[in-house]
Design a protein. Structure first.
Length: 172
């Protein structure tokens, strides 16, 4: 396809305008794509996955670790199922629990991506009637400074009703 001189000029102007917009808004994106940084950020992160479950006393909730992103839970009928974070989240970075790694794109990016992963895994927890919410504890060390712990929470799930418990259809 051959473009005429005016079409080439319009295309070039549009292309350059798009580049200026990408560069100008780069600092507002979590991954800073197209943003200028003279020296890149050096951040390390350590992820820990926790499950918020009903307290054994029946009053409130407690946080239970899910080592390496794996746990077992009962379904509404009382059958036990095994869950693995890696079944839904294929990114090696977001699946590296209990180990320190380089957060290549910085702390804002790792936190934003972890939030998206928590939202996705929570939306696909069929068969887990115990977990009320998933929580990631993210220990960040930016540019060699003291570590900072961030807490990223997934969406709240409704309390499960187990078969035979008060409020379920199987109750007399």
């Amino acid at each position: 396809m051959e473009l005429g001189p005016r079409a080439r000029l319009a295309f070039t102007a549009l292309y350059l305008a798009l580049q200026v917009v990408l560069i100008g808004t780069g600092g507002r994106r979590p991954d800073h794509a197209f943003a200028f940084q003279m020296f890149s950020e050096s951040t390390t992160a350590k992820l820990e996955l926790l499950r918020e479950v009903e307290a054994p006393s029946g009053h409130g909730t407690i946080m239970v670790p899910a080592p390496h992103g794996e746990w077992t839970a009962l379904d509404a009928d009382g059958a036990r199922h095994r869950f693995e974070w890696r079944d839904r989240v294929k990114s090696p970075t977001l699946s590296s629990f209990d180990a320190t790694f380089e957060a290549s794109y910085g702390q804002e990016t790792i936190l934003a991506r972890m939030q998206a992963a928590l939202d996705d895994v929570t939306a696909h927890l069929e068969g887990d009637a115990e977990t009320r919410r998933l929580v990631a504890r993210v220990t960040l060390r930016r540019n060699g400074r003291e570590p900072v712990v961030a807490r990223v929470t997934g969406p709240q799930r409704p309390p499960a009703v187990h078969a035979g418990s008060p409020g379920s259809e199987a109750s007399p």
